[in-house]
Ligand binder design. Sequence first.
Ligand code: ADP
Ligand code: MG
Length: 390
Amino acid sequence: MASKSSSANDGSAIQVVVRLRPMNEREQRHGTVPVISAKTKEKVVTVVKGKGRKQLKSSYSFDNVFTAFSSQEEVFEETVKPVIADVMRGYESTVFAYGQTGTGKTHTMEGSLERPELYGVIPRSAQAIFECLKQPQYKEHVVKCSYLEIYNEELRDLLVEGKNSHRAKLDIMECKDGGTFCRGLTEMEVRSASDVLRLIQRGQHQRMIGETKMNKASSRSHSLFTIQVDGKISLIDGDGDFDFTGKLHMVDLAGSECAKSAGNDKSAPEAVARERERMNINRSLLTLGRVITILKEKSLHKNVNARIPYRDSKLTRVLQESLGGRCKTVVVATISPSITAIEESVSTLNYAQSACGIVNKPFSSSSIAFGEMPNFSDKKSSGECNIESW
Ligand code: ADP
Ligand code: MG
């Protein structure tokens, strides 16, 4: 195992980027002028609300910003590719896609598996890992993948096939050293990027079966694809070999709008089930936000004694070992530029901004109209909160 003290991660362990997608046809019918724009060079996203003298502008800075014209390749090269170098030296890293349903989370993480130019982060990471393993310093290696779904705080193995596979629930176990693992989770060995593509497809299929049987939509569950590399590297100065284990987790989160109350009659059985789903999503997205914010603060030597609430959701519990310390975390927040989604997009920007730790720079005092800055670390670690009014 590589010594974690030698990581190059110091100071930039958490990266928050925003990706704007192009307007779709439905949105264009409500107006073709985008109300949210992105400037890649300045790394700023600007939101314009209202018209004429009542117009309000608010700008948000991030570690990186991608426009509707940014390609899958650009997003990968600038966000995840640098993280892979660490994975290939024995570190754990996690990439999250956060945002409203329909804004491009799955496009960013998986993309189109039929068109290589549209491959998302998972297939591109697999390609980069196998490319890296061709280098002569990598001697022996085994690459394994797992694919997990978290729905209603229950874990399901997406690589298990069969009639009742949607019922095969997994437990999170604690190791002696305080780490966690999923008991019984399938780890499939892969020998090429094409093998990884096949596993994504298998997982997608299993997810679909589960959805029909359990009457749910994929937007209401989190999916977690992990690539683990166990290998041996020979040191450049000929000073022997060392064994390493690197892991890359790629998480397509539940739609952020699913965490909000629809305000309907909550007594009908279907509504009761929806409300339970909603509260679980709310809890996991908020916990993730808090965990990232506290880690960011600690990395800046603030709030050093704060407890990191990994245990407050299954998602953060499963990823406990991979968030914090010297592990790298990338959050890709996806938004639509359209007026029809402005409230949801502002909510996503606020969430991402809070995780980013950069102070919002409002153009006008009226930025309050978009909601106060969320502050995950101020809240109690349990209980119900609405991420929009955070
Ligand atoms: P989500 O997973 O957030 O619900 P999807 O990734 O399924 O959203 O995206 C919804 C639709 O928008 C898909 O048809 C997808 O191909 C398209 N889309 C999303 N982001 C982009 C983008 N950056 N460029 C082009 N099309 C996109
Ligand atoms: Mg999706």
